[in-house]
Design a protein around this ligand. Structure first.
Ligand SMILES: [Fe+2]
Length: 393
């Protein structure tokens, strides 16, 4: 199977992976032959990518980092918790002070703390930490996000990436669970802000952007007294947009670019080590996911952008370890050849080489004139001269 953009789907393409809604319903099953009607449905639901398969790519399987079942349950749980804080039509305020007033009344926090779903967040955190174990290399592809479930999917993806990175940095299981709880809910503050602001394809006004920049603080204020989330969890929400240079938001905390290891103490005015991890994974997942105003970046493009951010915005050491855990060209993604005998050929990554995550094995499927060819496999570890770049087809 391989990943393609909805725009390039053609009738008779075969779905390589089932499409499951956040309610856990299978919308389209693996193996379904697509027609115009199905393609329109996928488009209408807001899917931007799907996996398809054909005879030449049948043996390429994309393994998710956690099981589909755990993924679906986690998404459902995040949605249930976020629904509790979702403003009603008459309650939808656009002003920061009004939102704070609403939180200070205490009803939202009480509803959260009393909800069975906040308990489920704890068990989700536990299950995700257990199921990741001591994974060394992640799949690297973002979940197939849709515009209207973007936040839940993003929260789950950031959880998986952060737990894996913290586990590599040798945090204890107890800390990993606290981290996971915070990550699962880290964008809860966005939910209290008028939803329409996030789906605007236009540029936001300064005032609108300033309000959006308050979402970590709003999230913190909602979570801070909810005992099930804990102090670490609520501070993950508070600090996930801070930067090394102190130019992040909402407080302008700083970082010292040191490896965020377990025994490091947080100094006053600095980002706490576990949140440093989330500041990196949050940027990665945002880049590899499509937004209303731009399409998704491929992982190699995301790394290129993040390399320039490392040291100034992102913790350089956390980024270094992170980039050793994510394949620049994940399995099932499309790449094109930049030079040599196969210049401008297009292929699909058929194997990630664990020794070097930037040199996968590629199965060439199209020649330079974009004509389909019989598959031709090249291992970039054995062909050091050939360079590739990720593309979205
Ligand atoms: Fe955020």
């Amino acid at each position: 199977m391989y990943l393609v953009s909805i725009k390039s789907l053609k009738p008779n393409d075969i779905l390589g992976k089932a499409i499951v809604s956040e309610k856990g319903q299978v919308l389209l099953n693996k193996g379904v032959k697509l027609d115009e009607h199905y393609i329109n449905i996928l488009d209408k639901y807001g899917y931007q990518f799907v996996y398809i398969e054909d005879d030449d790519t049948k043996d390429i399987t994309v393994e998710d980092d956690i099981s589909d079942e755990l993924k679906t349950t986690a998404i459902k749980t995040i949605k249930k918790v976020f629904d509790i804080v979702t403003p009603t039509k008459d309650d939808n305020v656009d002003d920061f002070k009004e939102i704070i007033k609403k939180i200070e009344k205490g009803e939202i926090k009480k509803k959260l703390a009393d909800s069975p779903f906040i308990k489920s967040i704890e068990s989700m955190a536990y299950d995700i930490v257990n199921s990741l174990g001591d994974v060394k290399v992640l799949n690297g592809m973002a979940s197939l996000k849709r515009q209207d479930n973007f936040t839940y999917q993003h929260c789950l993806d950031v959880t998986i990436l952060s737990v894996a990175l913290a586990s590599k940095l040798l945090y204890t299981k107890k800390r990993l669970i606290e981290l996971a709880k915070g990550c699962l809910l880290h964008d809860i503050g966005r939910i209290l802000i008028n939803k329409s602001l996030y789906t605007q394809p236009r540029k936001l006004s300064d005032a609108e952007f300033e309000l959006i920049k308050k979402h970590p603080q709003i999230g913190y204020l909602v979570l801070k007294d909810v005992s099930q989330v804990g102090i670490i969890g609520s501070h993950i929400a508070y600090q996930h947009h801070e930067q090394q240079d102190g130019l992040g938001y909402p407080r302008g905390l700083k970082g010292n670019n040191l490896l965020p290891v377990p025994d490091k103490v947080t100094e006053e005015g600095y980002i706490m080590p576990l949140a440093e991890i989330v500041c990196v994974t949050n940027v990665y997942d945002a880049l590899v996911s499509p937004r209303a105003y731009r399409s998704a970046y491929t992982p190699d493009q995301a790394f290129f952008i993040m390399k320039r951010m490392a040291g100034k915005q992102l913790n350089i050491e956390a980024f270094r370890v992170f980039s050793d855990m994510i394949p620049a060209y994940p399995i099932g993604t499309t790449v094109y050849i930049l030079n040599g005998k196969y210049k401008n050929f297009i292929g699909v990554v058929s194997k990630v080489n664990q020794e070097n995550l930037t040199r996968p094995t590629v199965r060439l499927l199209y020649n330079a004139s974009k004509k389909r060819i019989s598959p031709l496999e090249i291992d970039l570890m054995k062909n050091p001269i050939i360079n590739i770049a990720g593309i979205i087809i």
